[in-house]
Design a protein around this ligand. Structure first.
Ligand code: SIN
Length: 273
């Protein structure tokens, strides 16, 4: 296959043209992976793949990561079906985050495949965490580099009613996880500002929520400055893959009255410290 990478914005993201994801050979996968490292998020249009083919492609990146609180499909437990129905006011993944940062081994990457999409709306935003770190002052880089964050899944927070209904053991407390606030990417070695929205990244380790909040609030806003982002408009058959080690994302909740269904697989990552 001859691949072409077309950048989506000045900050990140690229469409890969010329690939048929039903059958990807080693050479093509190596080229796709290189484009991912350069752009942080890649996507392919007009793909028609089965769950088995989606899983085979995902396994090229590594072993699927099972979400601790959200079950997958009965016959393919690695695939979480993300559903928002027309009457739902909440969405799943509707705040800036990196996947499974609330576990000790956050997801390396996420693959999302569009099955049903609204006529307009339901786009996903992405933000480049390399740029978020690079554009801090030297003084702030030095001050935050020894810090770690305390992260905890919020089982009570709003998500679409279908997803809320699927939640495993909703009353049982979630397990927390700590991560460096500045994290080197495991393949490129470049530092990123590793942060999530406030219902996951709760505070700096060794500080109270009140003490941490002014710094975390600044860093959250800084990390999602518009010039660090791109926005993906989904069509049925679009498949995206993003690198959670250097990218945040957020699903936009702007399509009340319409339905959206996506098939998601996350790839297990490494311990961060
Ligand atoms: C997610 O946060 O993984 C879901 C993103 C989306 O549905 O666009």
């Amino acid at each position: 296959m001859t691949l072409e990478a077309v950048p989506l914005s000045g900050a990140m993201g690229a469409e890969i043209r010329g690939a048929d994801l039903r059958d990807v050979d080693d050479e093509t996968f190596a080229a796709i992976h290189d484009i991912l490292l350069d752009h942080g998020m890649i996507y392919f249009r007009n793909q028609d793949i089965t769950p088995v083919q989606q899983l085979a492609l995902a396994r090229r990146w590594g072993e699927p990561h099972f979400h601790p609180y959200m079950p997958g499909l009965a016959n393919h437990p690695e695939i979480i079906e993300i559903v928002k129905n027309p009457e739902d006011t909440h969405t799943f993944g509707g705040n800036w985050h990196t996947d499974q940062m609330f576990t000790p081994t956050p997801a390396m990457g996420t693959m999302l495949y569009a099955k049903e999409v609204p006529a307009a709306g339901g786009d996903t935003m992405f933000a480049n965490l390399y740029l978020a770190y690079e554009t801090l002052s030297d003084g702030l880089k030095e001050a935050i580099s020894p810090l770690h964050t305390f992260n905890l899944y919020d089982k009570k927070k709003g998500r679409s009613s279908v997803m809320r209904g699927k939640l495993k053991e909703p009353e049982k407390p979630a397990e927390p996880a700590e991560h460096p606030l500045v994290r080197p990417h495991t393949e490129t070695g470049k530092p990123v500002l590793y942060i999530c929205y406030d219902r996951i990244t709760r505070h700096i380790v060794g500080m109270s929520e009140e003490e941490s909040e002014p710094l975390l609030d600044f860093l959250r806003h800084h990390s999602t400055r518009p010039e660090f982002t791109c926005r993906l408009r989904w069509k049925v058959g679009t498949l995206a893959f993003w690198d959670n080690r250097c990218v945040q994302h957020m699903a936009l909740n702007d399509y009340y009255g319409q339905r959206r269904v996506m098939h998601r697989i996350t790839i297990r990552g490494e311990r961060t410290s």
